[in-house]
Design a protein around this ligand. Sequence first.
Ligand code: G4P
Length: 526
Amino acid sequence: MSFTEELKRRRTFAIISHPDAGKTTLTEKLLLFGGAIQTAGAVKSNKIKKTATSDFMEIEKQRGISVATSVMTFDYGGKKINILDTPGHKDFAEDTYRTLTAVDSVILVIDCVKGVEEQTQRLMEVCRMRDTPVIVFVNKMDREGKDPFDLLDELEQTLNIKVRPITWPVNMGSSFKGVYHMLEHQMNFFKINKTKLEGDVKKILLDSPELDKSVGDKDAAQLREDVEMIDAIYEEFDENRYKTGEVAPVFFGSAVNSFGIKELLDTFCDISPEPIARTTDVREVLPTEAKFSGFVFKIHANIDPRHRDRIAFLRICSGTFERGKFYKHVRLGKDMRFSNPYMFMADSKNVVDEGYPGDVVGLYDTGNFKIGDTLTEGEKLNYIGIPSFSPELFREVINTDPLKSKQLEKGVSQLAEEGVAQLFTMQPGNRKIIGTVGELQFEVIQHRLLNEYGASCRFESKPYSKACWITAADPEKLNDFIRLKSNYIAYDKDENPVFLAETDWILRMNKENNPDVIFHTSSDFK
Ligand code: G4P
């Protein structure tokens, strides 16, 4: 296959959802349809049931053995599909945000009973920043959920995106009869079915009497009325507007019953974007360019202290990545080669000789990589758009073993490079402030510092609630502000100044009183 053919068949995406909406179940069903796994239950849920460190550690251990779950690759309908896994737990949302920088589209799973939930909203905000194309899958239609029209309204209002249903449910809950495909004019009949893949699909035109025969007069009439209403309210589905992130096609189904998945997957293969152009600090890079480039969006630590190597996940953005060839690590200005790059199948990982745009390769790392690092064939450019967002909890790291201060320093900075949490340094005294979105991250850090670095620490709460990256057109004005507010200024991992605000009100006052200073809510402001 030529480079262009390889490129055109790549589809790289992530499934996002609020925990429990059915992301794991849907992932598994997609893999089953793709023939990548043979039985249900093969995909390990990365869900953290209890908010206990031991539970998290146990899961990390399992994942360490099978890092394959980070990326799942399979072939379907002539396409090579890469699903990038995202952690379900809200405390690890930052990890998900970063993974979203490495995909070309997403499938959003909504629980029809609960509708749009908090985590859905946040994840979608990140997708909206980049206009990532979204397909919505409304799951659990075998349960009594919200009215489908209300759900569509809710999606539009809370997620700031237009929607267009492609399939439409006939009833729900115990009387759920199936979905009607509005573009293909066929009815897919629902059966409670946890093992079989293909459902019973019949081509039935809406005005055909056969519809009344198969779903009953009342439901047939309701379906005709609904479809008429949909056509009146929603614009015809436009693939281009999906690709620009303006309109999200919506599917209804039941993942656990393998129902509605085939329609979703077929449409996904038809319309989802192939690898797209990406922005760097110098220029836009097209996937079709002959020279290889890519960036690291995730680092997976081996938490076994005897094997401290890590795996850096690199998204290929242009050209062909080749095993054993020298590439430039732009930040370090160093040439590096990788003799054992991995690619991931559903339940295994294999050494690969080459990879194409859209692919993710796992590179063994002995500490050279930070999240966001770029590799090229020599050109000096850095992929941008891997933002950090303001943490919600801030604590200072206090060393409790003076003999191990070097280990602590090293551990804290390595964990920050891995993206476990954000690290801010405050002067005087080089004080280390860790920022997280959840309690669990602190427990993980403490546990890992002790187990992997032999360093012990405690955390002292800090009263901040928001971190804002600050810039100003006039460097003097920025310096004035930094001097004036030195007690509230810290520096992030890239030495960018950050203002730590105790309350929203304080932040607002500072913005008003310092109109020359710009306050950014994410680090991605260049
Ligand atoms: P997540 O990854 O988004 O957190 O969700 P996950 O797939 O783990 O699904 C959450 C729960 O919802 C699971 O039940 C799963 O079986 C159930 N589920 C998924 N799809 C459907 C569906 O279409 N209909 C119904 N009724 N339930 C669905 P659980 O009790 O938490 O786990 P399990 O013991 O059943 O695996």
